[in-house]
Design a protein around this ligand. Sequence first.
Ligand SMILES: N[C@@H](CCC(=O)N[C@@H](CS)C(=O)NCC(=O)O)C(=O)O
Length: 213
Amino acid sequence: MAATDRVLYGTALSVYCCKLRLALALKGLALPETPPPDGYTSAAYRRFVPQGTVPALIEGDFVLTESDAIIEYLDEIGAGRPLMPQGARMRARARALSRQIDTRLEPAARALFPFVGARLPVPEAARQALTRPLDMVARGADGGRYLSGTATPGLPDCGYWAVRAVLEALEGALGLGLDLPETEPPPTPESAEVLETYRRTLAGWVTQKMEGA
Ligand SMILES: N[C@@H](CCC(=O)N[C@@H](CS)C(=O)NCC(=O)O)C(=O)O
């Protein structure tokens, strides 16, 4: 299938869409991206994406949600440069760290959103909730240049770059004093540009929240 027959639904602010855009940039794939009609909670969007989440990949009547599943699917059909490492154990480690970032780190970061512009103190427990998942990321490099010990960037790197951008924005807004693990940055101009664009989007969101306070 030609890349042009695929459509991606996404929103500028979604951390999972940023993760997928980073993966696509590393893969060298340019897929058209469009916002869900009337937003992702709309009945119009749920008519063809019943999960009502972004990102979603559409290929004819094939509809796929979940950023990891989309990235692994594109890998398996040979679309662009592969992001999953060679070897079952290496792939399993990449998946495990990616799940930890998505299911532990990102929700702990998201829990802080209501405090931006709210002029309320962030409870210590909410700040502490980030410590363990950040520690897992710090240990995830495991001797390699990229997360889960690989020599080239993969699934967990894309997830962490995106969530780290969110955490940086939260740090600027809330002064959390977080110790964010340093990992290798996106290595190509295209992937660096995706992350920079996302940082600008987040900065605009923070400004809007602070001004609305
Ligand atoms: N695990 C999913 C998470 C996707 C997700 O929750 N996206 C948010 C936007 S960042 C969303 O669509 N939220 C709408 C909802 O959950 O109803 C993935 O990796 O794609």
